[in-house]
Design a protein around this ligand. Structure first.
Ligand code: TYM
Length: 343
């Protein structure tokens, strides 16, 4: 045995990320992930953005899956993902994802998956009634990334543990099959002011599509009145805004609103508090609503325009799928050879 450290991955840099088409996107998806998808196009030549429809059926079956898939595609495009620079495609159109996921199901350990907090949250008290797909969700996610040998993955903070698992799976595959450096250990890109956007009603819960209260989230499709109303009714406390970041401690709802303001206006939380510290929510909330409307209204308008032309969306998705398939095919051929499947 040699004492040399294992050879690291030496291939090109590539961005991969995805979103579930469980329904339209919300402000958390936008600030936590989509804004980064758009920005990364400047720094990376190779960005792949997927709509993960196979993940979308793990918790419950989706009656409008194809429509929701087009909605997410429209949101990607409207926010500024440029199909001339980046691939936009649908997970189920590239069977290599599930093929690699099967192999990863045989690499990952039960104990690793049992530790996933997202599974525990979603399964609740009755894990035995959850789908097997919900349990193995993270191995499919690892396959999504690694079937393209992606090196960088922009996501919100809630995906950190899944990304760590993807790294563990990549490392174990490389070790088990004596294929050091074959898969990269993908790096999560999480940092940023929008990494963790919380519910407007309860600052201890993340903003989520599955929250039964629509008042808890800003949807990318909300019109100006809906946004203004939701911000007006957002939970706060009777005290004025603090003047420093430390003053946000123990005030999660306030911290969330200030964080959203900072993220949409492009300032730091400290700068936002320098302007707003000492003022009341009667003044701050309308300013926040205006900032959100200024940022989101053009995107909502563009989503509506694009949704009126499903043929154009489908053409972009089809072309993206063909290109994604072409990238994944030689990687999967290597995987089959490394695993030792009959050819
Ligand atoms: P999904 O559809 O649940 O979320 C899509 C993205 O939005 C981020 N996000 C948030 N960010 C900040 N605050 C919030 N309240 C908030 N809610 C959601 C998520 O972190 C995510 O980045 N498992 C992934 C989908 C996926 C994937 C992948 C991602 C499947 N395969 C491969 C990256 C790479 C998910 O959570 O989707």
């Amino acid at each position: 045995m040699s004492d040399n450290p294992p050879a690291p991955y030496a291939g090109p840099k590539r961005v991969f990320s995805g979103m579930q088409p469980t329904s339209g996107l919300h402000l958390g998806n936008y600030l936590g992930a989509l804004v980064k998808f758009v920005d990364l196009q400047k720094d990376f030549d190779d960005c792949i953005y997927c709509i993960v429809d196979q993940h979308a059926i793990t918790a419950e079956l989706q009656p409008n899956l194809a429509e929701n898939t087009r909605d997410v595609a429209a949101a990607y495009l409207a926010a500024g993902v440029d199909p001339r620079k980046s691939l936009i495609f649908v997970q189920s159109a590239v069977p290599a994802h599930t093929e690699l996921a099967w192999i990863f199901n045989c690499v990952a350990r039960m104990g690793w998956l049992q530790r996933m907090t997202q599974f525990k949250d979603k399964a609740g008290k009755h894990a035995e009634r959850s789908s097997v797909g919900l349990f193995t969700y993270p191995t499919l996610m690892a396959a999504d990334i690694l079937v393209y040998k992606a090196t960088h993955v922009p996501v919100g903070e809630d995906q950190k543990q899944h990304l760590e698992l993807s790294r563990d799976i990549a490392q174990k595959f490389n070790n088990d099959f004596d294929a050091e450096g074959f898969f990269p250990l993908p790096e999560p890109l999480i940092q940023g002011p929008g990494a963790r956007i919380m519910s407007l009603r309860d600052g201890s819960k993340k903003m989520s599509k599955s929250d039964p209260s629509d008042q808890s989230r800003i949807n990318l499709s909300d019109d100006a009145d809906a946004i203004a109303n939701k911000i007006k009714r957002a939970t706060t406390d009777p005290h004025p805004l603090p003047e420093t970041v430390e003053g946000l401690a123990g005030r999660p709802e306030v911290e969330n609103l200030v964080g959203i303001f900072a993220a949409v206006t492009g300032v730091s939380t400290a700068e936002a508090l320098r302007d707003w510290g000492g003022k009341g929510f009667g003044a701050f909330k309308p300013a926040l609503a205006d900032a959100l409307i200024a940022r989101l209204a053009p995107i909502a308008g563009e989503i509506r325009r694009l949704r009126a032309d499903p043929v154009q969306i489908d053409a972009i998705l089809r072309e993206g799928g063909e290109k994604a398939q072409a990238i994944a095919a030689p990687i999967m051929a290597d995987v089959r050879r490394i695993v030792g499947f009959w050819r």
